[in-house]
Design a protein around this ligand. Structure first.
Ligand code: CA
Length: 373
C-alpha cells in the first residue's frame, strides 16, 4: 500500500512550496495567526484564524488541541484549518492558494495529493474536497457581502479530487485526496477548497451539540504536486482485509484519473476496468489483482481478503442428567438441552451414555449450519 513516506524522497520534485506549512511560521496568537507564506487566502478576507502550530500557547491555535478539536499533524508541527462549507452562512467557503514553483508543462502527467481530517467541531461533513490548478491567481469574484463576511465561493472545476467524490467523515485519521492530471500547460497556481455551491455539495450531518458548529471544517496538511516522470506511482490494491461471510469490503484506492486499470479475480478473470477501487463480497477467502498503466508506468498489486465464518454464539445452555432404573439394570438417561440465540431449542432425552458423544456431534453440526444462515 502506498503511503506518504514513499514520497519523502520526492520532496525536491514537489512543485508546492511550504507543502506542510512548516516554514515561515508566525507562532499563532489570537491576534496574529496567518497561514504561513507563500500560502494566502484568495478572498477579500483577513489572513487569519486558519493555522495551528505546536509552538502556540493559545488554546485556539495550538496542536494537537485547538478551537477545531484534536488532531496531530500529518507531518511536522503545523497544519491548516479550512471550512469547506458553512450552513449558517450563505455559500461560505475558505481556500488556501499559492503559486507553484514551476509552471506545468503541456501534456505532461502530474500526481497531486493532499491530506485532510474532519475537525471535531464540525457538525457536518462534505464531499468536493479538491485541488484546483489554474494559469492565473483565481480570486473570489464577488465583493464582500454581509451574509458570509467575504468568504465567497470560487466556482471552478478542480482537477484533483477522490474517485467517486466521497464525503470525508473521518475525524481520527488523515484521509488522502489524490489523483493524476495531464496538464494543459501554463498552470502555475494551486488552490485547495470546495469549488461547488451548496446545491452541488453533499452535506451529511455527523455531529451536534455543545462545541460543534454548522460547518464542515477540516485540518489540512502535506500538499503535493509532482511530475509523474519524477516518481513511480505504484498500483494500489489496498491493505489486506479480514471480513465475516456476508460482509463487503472496499479494495483498491481512491486515486482518481487513472483510466488504464484492469482488475482480476483469483481465477484470472477480468472483473472490472477503469476504476481504482470497488466493493467486493467474496464468500470464501480469495485475492484480487490490480494491473495499471499510468502515463507509461506499468505496475500491479494484489490484495488478500480472508473470509471468516460467522462466530458461533451460544447464549445459554442446560445439561440435565436423569438416573433411572429399568429392568434391574442401571442406565444413565440423559437429557441434553441447548438454547441458542434464546430462540432455537434443540432437545434430546433418554440418551444412552454410549450415544452421547455421537449425538452431541450431530447437534453441534446442526447448530453450525443454523448459525451460518
Ligand atoms: Ca505540517
Amino acid at each position: 500500500m502506498l503511503i506518504l513516506q514513499d514520497y519523502v524522497g520526492y520532496s525536491q520534485y514537489n512543485h508546492v512550496s511550504n507543502y506542510s506549512f512548516e516554514e515561515n511560521v508566525i507562532c499563532p496568537s489570537p491576534s496574529n495567526n496567518p497561514v504561513p507564506a507563500p500560502w494566502y487566502l484568495p478572498q477579500n478576507v483577513p489572513n487569519n484564524g486558519c493555522y495551528g502550530h505546536a509552538c502556540s500557547t493559545s488554546p485556539s491555535f495550538s496542536v494537537p488541541n485547538n478551537s477545531q478539536g484534536f488532531q496531530y499533524t500529518k507531518t511536522g508541527l503545523g497544519y491548516g484549518f479550512l471550512d469547506f462549507c458553512q450552513t449558517f452562512s450563505f455559500e461560505a467557503r475558505w481556500y488556501f492558494q499559492t503559486q507553484l514553483s514551476n509552471a506545468l508543462e503541456p501534456n505532461k502527467c502530474y500526481y497531486g495529493e493532499f491530506w485532510v481530517s474532519l475537525a471535531n467541531a464540525s457538525r457536518i461533513a462534505v464531499n468536493n474536497i479538491a485541488m484546483l490548478l489554474t494559469d492565473t491567481a483565481i480570486w473570489s469574484a464577488f465583493p464582500s457581502n454581509s451574509s458570509n463576511l467575504g468568504y465567497d465561493l470560487i466556482p471552478a472545476n478542480p482537477q484533483i479530487f477522490n474517485y467517486g467524490n466521497p464525503v470525508i467523515k473521518d475525524t481520527l485519521n488523515w484521509v488522502k485526496i489524490s489523483g493524476v492530471y495531464t496538464a494543459q500547460g501554463g498552470e502555475q497556481y494551486i488552490t485547495i477548497g470546495n469549488f461547488k455551491d451548496d446545491d452541488n455539495t453533499t452535506i451529511v450531518q455527523v455531529n451536534s451539540g455543545l462545541g460543534t458548529y454548522d460547518k464542515a471544517g477540516y485540518y489540512i496538511d502535506d500538499i503535493w504536486l509532482i511530475p509523474l516522470d519524477s516518481m513511480f506511482l505504484q498500483a494500489d490494491a489496498g491493505a489486506d482485509k479480514t471480513i465475516t461471510a456476508g460482509d463487503s469490503t472496499y479494495i483498491g484506492s481512491y486515486i482518481n484519473g487513472i483510466n488504464n486499470i484492469t482488475w482480476y479475480n483469483a481465477a484470472g478473470n477480468i472483473i472490472a476496468t477503469g476504476i481504482p477501487g470497488m466493493y467486493v463480497q467474496p464468500t470464501t477467502s480469495t485475492f484480487y489483482v490490480i494491473d495499471q498503466t499510468v502515463c507509461g508506468q506499468y505496475s500491479k498489486d494484489t490484495v488478500y481478503v480472508s473470509v471468516g465464518a460467522v462466530p458461533l454464539v451460544i447464549t445459554n445452555y442446560e445439561l440435565k442428567i436423569k438416573v433411572l432404573k429399568t429392568t434391574g439394570k442401571l442406565y444413565r438417561r440423559l437429557m441434553f438441552r441447548i438454547l441458542i440465540f434464546k430462540e432455537a431449542v434443540t432437545e434430546l432425552s433418554f440418551i444412552q451414555p454410549i450415544q452421547l458423544m455421537q449425538r452431541m456431534k450431530v447437534i453441534m453440526n446442526t447448530v453450525l449450519q443454523m448459525s451460518s444462515l
